[in-house]
Ligand binder design. Sequence first.
Ligand SMILES: Cc1cc2nc3c(=O)[nH]c(=O)nc-3n(C[C@H](O)[C@H](O)[C@H](O)COP(=O)(O)O)c2cc1C
Length: 218
Amino acid sequence: MTHPILRDLNRRYTVKKYDASKRIAAEDLAVIKEALRLSASSINSQPWRFIIVESEAAKQRLHDSFVNKHQFNQPHAKDASHVVLLAYDPYFTQDKFRKRVDAEVSSGHLPAEMYDNFMGAYAFAQANTDDRGYNGGWTKAQVYLALGNLLHTLARLGIDSTPMEGVDPEMLAELFKDELDGHVCEVAVAMGYHKDGEDYNHGLPKARLAMDEVITML
Ligand SMILES: Cc1cc2nc3c(=O)[nH]c(=O)nc-3n(C[C@H](O)[C@H](O)[C@H](O)COP(=O)(O)O)c2cc1C
């Protein structure tokens, strides 16, 4: 496959061992942050927070969050250049949506007279909200769009990564309480550069189902 998109997607893979001496350049980090912000979401809900662990102190906190489980991912907390905690809002209210609709208008994307009309789109969230106001299933799905966007962005930048559901949401809620501000982190992405010769996953062929098993052309 020669298309640059396919070349990048074939080259990206899940890193198992990072080179702790290599850091993501500031200009690449700026692209990553903006790409996260630009992620698409249903009704432009953006029901998320992205916490980028960069400082040694924050890395120590992340490292400590693996005390109870998923220790196989723990080395990435310190060896990777950065780790993004992708967190969803489990209670995405109509009032929170209002702030997004405000941005729709102030950005020039939505004519002011369409404000109430756009507010009506909250019905999509409502349809996924239970009696207690919980809509975490739906907001988590939006966060996974940002996850996919992030993985592709990193592939295009030639930066290595590890998507990780192997995190401890309870410990993260405790150790990053202030930053999460009620959001729930069940997936994170380590980013950086693999350790040459020590990453058993590097250079292996892609293992995917055959095209006709996953795609139906009609
Ligand atoms: C949502 C998600 C969660 C994952 N969680 C982990 C994880 O906790 N630790 C890990 O080493 N790999 C994890 N992976 C990596 C997958 O096993 C990997 O993406 C898959 O086997 C395909 O391989 P590739 O990424 O090398 O193409 C995760 C991947 C995704 C998309």
